[in-house]
Each structure stands twice: as structure tokens, then as C-alpha cells.
Design a protein around this ligand. Structure first.
Ligand SMILES: [Fe+2]
Ligand SMILES: [Fe+2]
Length: 332
């Protein structure tokens, strides 16, 4: 074990009381929403009416929004890959599968909350009757089979920063789908995506807090880790998705996310700006040369990205619509 790894493991041990304290951000199961709370009740005599109402309302969701929702669902459904990854991270590893150590409790509790996200969105898609579910299901199978590599190795510093980024990104994306659905009169979808976004917000709060605790205790190491993460770019969890039809389905999904403004290049940049502020990146002093260099790089990053974002966005929205196998070849 190298000195750096030893130091990171010690840090994760030091953070245990903070993790224990933040376990309250994961709600007790009895207080949690479940997908069933938002689905038509099939147990009553009037189940056909309930189902018809639900299905009728889902006809109003524009195809573009539906494509983004499908991409988001597939991303959530690849949860086994995320739990596997989290369990590889130094200091988080749940050795027995039922460890009572704070990190192990956190990772299982987080996974258990996340598991509802894929379920609820998947059930909406199924009941809408507008989606080729077989194709979506095959895309999920492909994605889990292909895997997920956030390119942070087993480094806990970079991992906690990565997941802070992703929780905020998913919060923004689900909240924007909810907002557009609400404005379009699709209250069911709005509520479903709204509760998912609410979970992501709690997760974001916790991970940002854990990462900040690392900054407080080891600003040098934290800045170097954040720089490394930013240099490799933040790999999107569903990058490996494959619908069996399109050779760049992930690119097409991100294009529609951009054109609908559900999740944009500007959002990506604003998340970085937010994290820089959250972790007081410009303010740390008493750094060694490596830390100071990382700090300088990070401080220049956001304005640089802002300049590029506009150009990339204009190029993306100019691209023509394409047929999506997920929605029976309709274009989006
Ligand atoms: Fe999620
Ligand atoms: Fe999440």
C-alpha cells in the first residue's frame, strides 16, 4: 500500500463520524415515497378508469422529453454498476455485505434509495404505452453488461467529488423534466420526476459535505484530486449505452437533453462553478507547489468552459432530429 493510499484510508476513517451524522439524510424506509404512491391503483373496481386516465395524460409528453426521460431511466437502471463501483472505493468497501460501519451503511442506504428511481421511471414509461419497452430493456441490459468506469480508480477523494457532481447533475435533469411536464399539464410525470429530484438533492448535500470535510482536513490533497477529476472530465454514467440500432445513442441522447434544455453544457459548467464555490477552492492557503498549481488550474477552469459551452451548445442544437428505436423510430 502506498503512502498516498494509506493517507486516504486514514481520511476515510476520520470522516466516519461525519458519515454517521449524515445517515439521517437517508430517510427511514417507512417515511420514504415508493413508486406505487404515484401509480394508478389496480386493486379497486375502477382500475381500468385509473389506468386510462394515467395513460391519457402520458399522451401529452412530447417525444423529445420522452427520449430524455428514457435516457434518464436507463441511467438510473444501471444502478448495479454504481453500487459495484462505490464498493470498490478505498475506505467505503462493505467487507461482509452487512457491515455496520458508517460508510457501508451509507452505501447500502444510498443504493436502496436510488433503486426506486429506475423503478418509478420505468413504470411510467411502460404505462405510457408510447415506448418500445423491449428496446429500452435491452439497452439497460447492454449498459450493465458493458459497465461503468468513472475513471477515478479507487481514490476516495476523487470518488466523493465525482458523486457530488453526478448527484447535482441528476437533480437538475430530473427537476427540469418535472418542470416541463408540469407546464405541459402532465402532473403524474411531474410528481414522479419531482420526488426523484428530491432524493438526488439530499444525496448531493451529503456527498458535498463529505468532500468538503476532506478539503478542511487536507486541502492540498483535495485540490490535487479535484484537478485530476476535472482533467479527465466527468465521465457520464451511461456513456456505454447501446440500443442495438444507433452507433452513437449516448451522443443522440445528450443532444436531445441539450435541445430540450433538460441538461445542457451550461448546466455542466454551472455545476463545476457551484462546486468550486462550495469547497472554497480559491481560498485555501499554505499550499505546497502541487496544491497551488492545482488551485490555479481549477480557478481558471470555469471561465474557460463558459467560453466553450456556448459554441458547443450552438453546434449541438443545429444537428438534425434522428429516429430513436426507443420510441418506435419516431424522430426527436
Ligand atoms: Fe438517482
Ligand atoms: Fe442519486
Amino acid at each position: 500500500m502506498t503512502d498516498a493510499v494509506m493517507q486516504q484510508l486514514e481520511m476515510m476513517k476520520l470522516l466516519e463520524p461525519a458519515v454517521q451524522e449524515k445517515l439521517v439524510l437517508l430517510r427511514p424506509v417507512a417515511e420514504c415515497w415508493q413508486p406505487d404512491d404515484f401509480l394508478p391503483d389496480f386493486s379497486g373496481e375502477d382500475w381500468i378508469e385509473r389506468l386510462t386516465e394515467f395513460r391519457d395524460q402520458a399522451q401529452g409528453t412530447p417525444d423529445e422529453l420522452l427520449v430524455v426521460l428514457i435516457g434518464n431511466t436507463i441511467t438510473e437502471e444501471a444502478l448495479p454498476s454504481y453500487q459495484t463501483w462505490l464498493n470498490r472505493v478505498q475506505g467505503v468497501t462493505d467487507e461482509t455485505g452487512t457491515d455496520m460501519a458508517p460508510w457501508a451503511q451509507w452505501s447500502r442506504g444510498w443504493t436502496a434509495e436510488e433503486n426506486r428511481h429506475g423503478d418509478i421511471l420505468n413504470q411510467f414509461l411502460y404505462l405510457s404505452g408510447r415506448v418500445d419497452m423491449r428496446c429500452v430493456q435491452a439497452t439497460i441490459q447492454h449498459l450493465i453488461r458493458s459497465g461503468f468506469n468513472p475513471e477515478v480508480g479507487t481514490d476516495p477523494y476523487q470518488s466523493l467529488m465525482y458523486v457530488s457532481f453526478q448527484e447535482r447533475a441528476t437533480k437538475i435533469s430530473h427537476a427540469n423534466v418535472a418542470g416541463q411536464a408540469r407546464r405541459g399539464g402532465q402532473e403524474n410525470l411531474a410528481k414522479m420526476c419531482g420526488v426523484v429530484a428530491g432524493d438526488e438533492a439530499r444525496h448531493e448535500e451529503a456527498y458535498k459535505y463529505f468532500a468538503r470535510e476532506i478539503f478542511v482536513r487536507d486541502p492540498e490533497g483535495a485540490l490535487i484530486a479535484f484537478e485530476a477529476l476535472m482533467r479527465t472530465k466527468v465521465t457520464m454514467p451511461a456513456k456505454q449505452m447501446d440500443d442495438g440500432e444507433c452507433d452513437d445513442i449516448f451522443g443522440q441522447f445528450t443532444r436531445v437533453a441539450q435541445s430540450t434544455t433538460v441538461y445542457t453544457v451550461s448546466d455542466y459548467t454551472s455545476i463545476i462553478e457551484h462546486l468550486l464555490k462550495q469547497w472554497s477552492v480559491p481560498d485555501w492557503t499554505g499550499l505546497g507547489p502541487e496544491g497551488a498549481e492545482a488551485q490555479e488550474y481549477l480557478c481558471k477552469l470555469a471561465p474557460q468552459m463558459r467560453r466553450i459551452a456556448e459554441r458547443v451548445e450552438t453546434r449541438m442544437v443545429k444537428q438534425p432530429k434522428r429516429p430513436f428505436a426507443w420510441i418506435y423510430g419516431r424522430s426527436a
